[in-house]
Design a protein around this ligand. Structure first.
Ligand SMILES: Nc1nc2c(ncn2[C@@H]2O[C@H](COP(=O)(O)OP(=O)(O)OP(=O)(O)O)[C@@H](O)[C@H]2O)c(=O)[nH]1
Ligand SMILES: [Mg+2]
Length: 251
């Protein structure tokens, strides 16, 4: 007996049923992957949540992240991002997360978050209660963290045949609204600050054409009573997102 030939309608239904899965796979693969790095308490989780338009879990905001967080910013067509937020130095999972984003599955770009010495002090893993530190200590910790991350970025860049981009996101600008330019200068290439010197070394190691560097202000907590209005904070987050889109070739 000859095999029944499926009617066109049945074939179409079958085709549609398997489509979303395939399309989903395609989307996941083609969203650029962005590592979000920076010392503990600097505001990485909060910023990644803002960029992916979701609320921050109260517990994480208070004690810090224990594991790598994955966030997706969806955009029209393929204009989205996947963010991998590397937990700060109070998390035991930090080294594994750094290996994952810079070695095992190298990312397309990096958002390195700094707060000009305004990171929220946190206790090291395993202890409780609020931490305390002076602004000088926090700036020193930020520099130490950047030294480690810059090395990782350099070794990723030299192994790579396509360019890597880096955005230094200077966040918590609501805490120093009148000194944002000074803060941006502190983190810029060629600034002569210890952070700037490390940045210059990184660019020399990676090769200028292989690594692009941007320094942008941002704020995740604007609003009434803050040094930055909610509207201004939104505009800074949007400007950062636009720059990420440009760097990824979306626009
Ligand atoms: N004023 C102000 N506070 C902020 C801003 N962004 C984050 N914070 C606060 O800073 C603290 C730390 O923010 P997180 O996003 O949890 O910091 P993190 O970098 O993820 O820290 P780890 O997970 O420990 O690595 C939280 O209490 C946030 O609410 C900001 O733009 N302005
Ligand atoms: Mg976090």
């Amino acid at each position: 007996m000859p095999r029944p030939v499926p009617r066109p309608a049945a074939r179409i239904r079958h085709g549609l049923a398997s489509a979303p899965e395939r399309v989903g796979h395609l989307f996941r693969r083609r969203f650029p992957v962005v590592a979000v790095t920076g010392m503990t308490g600097v505001g990485k989780t909060r910023l990644a949540d803002r960029l992916s338009r979701r609320a921050t879990h109260a517990a994480t905001a208070e004690v810090g992240s224990a594991v790598m967080e994955r966030r997706t910013r969806r955009g029209s067509r393929l204009r989205g991002f996947r963010f991998l937020v590397v937990p700060g130095d109070n998390a035991a999972t930090r080294l594994g997360a750094l290996d994952e984003v810079f070695h095992d599955e190298p990312v397309d770009g990096v958002v390195h978050v700094v707060a000009w010495g305004h990171a929220t002090p946190r206790r090291t893993a395993g202890t409780t209660g609020p931490g305390s530190a002076t602004r000088e200590e926090l700036l020193a910790a930020e520099l130490e963290d950047w030294t480690i991350t810059a090395h990782r970025i350099a070794s990723m860049a030299v192994r790579r045949d396509r360019p890597v981009w880096l955005v230094v996101a200077v966040t918590k600008t609501d805490l120093f609204p009148d000194r944002v330019d000074e803060a941006l200068a502190h983190y810029s290439p060629g600034s002569g600050t210890p952070f700037g010197d490390r940045l210059d070394e990184l660019r020399a190691l990676a090769g200028g054409a292989r690594l692009s560097v941007d320094v942008l202000p941002v704020c995740s907590e604007g609003g009434k009573g803050a040094g930055v209005t909610a509207k201004e904070a939104d505009a800074m987050v949007d400007a950062l997102a636009l720059r990420l889109a440009q760097l990824s070739g979306h626009v």
